[in-house]
Design a binder for this molecule. Structure first.
Ligand code: FAD
Length: 346
């Protein structure tokens, strides 16, 4: 795509509230672009509790975090939103013509009339392995996510962590197949795992078959040669530090949310939340709305239910900015032929 994408609405965050914002804008015939730093939609329910039941979504007695997301994605299908995943929104700047310039960390740019910030508790970022001198290898020999598994084929791999991501990827790269690594060593600070017991059992089987190795310990230093990472210094539970040779380090310490760049967009912030009114859920900058967990107002409750309501009013609040000439009436999805048309249910 050459130059910025011109649009009426950009939604920052693809959590449940960002997804429902697509729906409420869609009913008013506004198309949206949705951006999330995670590689998949769903926000907290998918990232933090995909298999846990939620009981307080109106008319759905029970559904899991993943089911909620799947249903929302199905519900917003008619509105053809464009998703830009795996990229954090870093820049928001007001332009002279009244629109906003938006840029992501990957360099995707937009010119938009309105912005809906549905950023929840902030963008999820991988927790870093803090070892002196290691940062400079980020992206070359050090990785916090697997973008393309083929990059790891034939490598002498160290995988760090005790959760599902660490175990799943260690097993994946130890197994026969096109992405098989030359060697795989799993390192975790203790001999106990958060990962699924079945994966742990499989890992132990693979170790017994000498297809991979597991070391209890922590990475406390690195070994470098000619500007390349050649080994990790691993301090074991016995207090002894040994050098483990390697050429690629994969770290899975989980994700933690960060308000991050949002703090730099000149928005009024109170205790890490964006201050909004309760008529339109507008921030202090007209044209920028905030919905869901990211906002605050008297009586705010951080519930999915509240976020959904906020989306409806924010969409109506944005209409005078997007289409000042249009008269907007509230219509029922049950009976309105016009809404049936936009929903594709004629
Ligand atoms: P989030 O779900 O946090 O999604 C925000 C998204 O924005 C994230 O995906 C994030 O990566 C993205 N983002 C943030 N900043 C940026 C940026 N700069 N660029 C790009 N992307 C960005 N609520 C209920 O109503 N009922 C329950 O039963 C319930 N149970 C819960 C159980 C647990 C364990 C937890 C932790 C929460 C629970 N909640 C529950 C709360 C509920 O999950 C939140 O209210 C809801 O997720 C808020 O949705 P959201 O879309 O506002 O934000």
């Amino acid at each position: 795509h050459d130059g910025p994408i011109e649009t009426d609405a950009v939604i920052v965050g693809a959590g449940p509230v960002g997804l429902f914002q697509v729906f409420e804008l869609g009913l008013l015939e506004i198309k949206a672009h949705v951006i999330d730093s995670l590689a998949y939609p769903g926000g907290q329910p998918v990232e933090l509790y995909p298999d846990k039941p939620i009981y307080d979504i109106p008319a759905i007695p029970v559904c899991t975090g993943q089911e909620l997301t799947d249903r929302l994605l199905k519900q917003i299908e008619p509105f053809g939103a464009t998703f830009h995943l795996g990229q954090e929104v870093t820049v928001v700047q007001k332009q002279e013509d009244g629109r906003f310039f938006v840029q992501t960390a990957k360099g995707t740019t937009f010119l938009t009339k309105t912005i809906f910030i549905a950023a929840g508790v902030g963008s999820f970022q991988p927790r870093l392995l803090k070892v002196e001198g290691l940062e400079k290898y980020d992206g070359s020999q050090l990785h916090y996510r697997v973008k393309s598994p083929a990059d790891f084929a034939g490598k002498n791999l160290i995988v760090v962590g005790g959760g599902d991501s660490a175990l799943d990827w260690a097993l994946n790269f130890a197994a026969d197949g096109p992405n098989k690594a030359e060697s795989v060593i799993l390192i975790h600070r203790r001999d106990g795992f958060k990962a699924a017991p079945a994966s742990v059992a499989k890992m132990r089987e693979r170790c017994e078959a000498y297809e991979m190795q597991f070391i209890v310990g922590q990475i406390t230093g690195i070994d470098e040669r000619d500007g390349k990472l050649v080994g990790a210094k691993v301090t074991g539970s016995d207090g002894v530090t040994r050098v483990v040779p390697m050429d690629t380090l994969l770290v899975f310490f989980g994700l933690s949310p960060k308000l991050g760049p949002i703090a730099e967009w000149s928005l009024e912030i109170e205790r890490k939340q964006l201050v909004v009114d309760t008529e339109k859920f507008s921030t202090n900058i007209p044209g920028i709305f905030a919905v869901g967990d990211i906002n605050t107002y008297p009586g705010k409750k951080k519930l999915i239910l509240s976020g959904f309501h906020e989306c409806a009013l924010a969409a109506f609040g944005a209409m005078p900015i997007i289409s000042p000439e249009k008269k907007v009436f509230l219509q029922y999805t049950t009976t309105s032929p016009k809404l049936h048309k936009v929903l594709g249910v004629e």
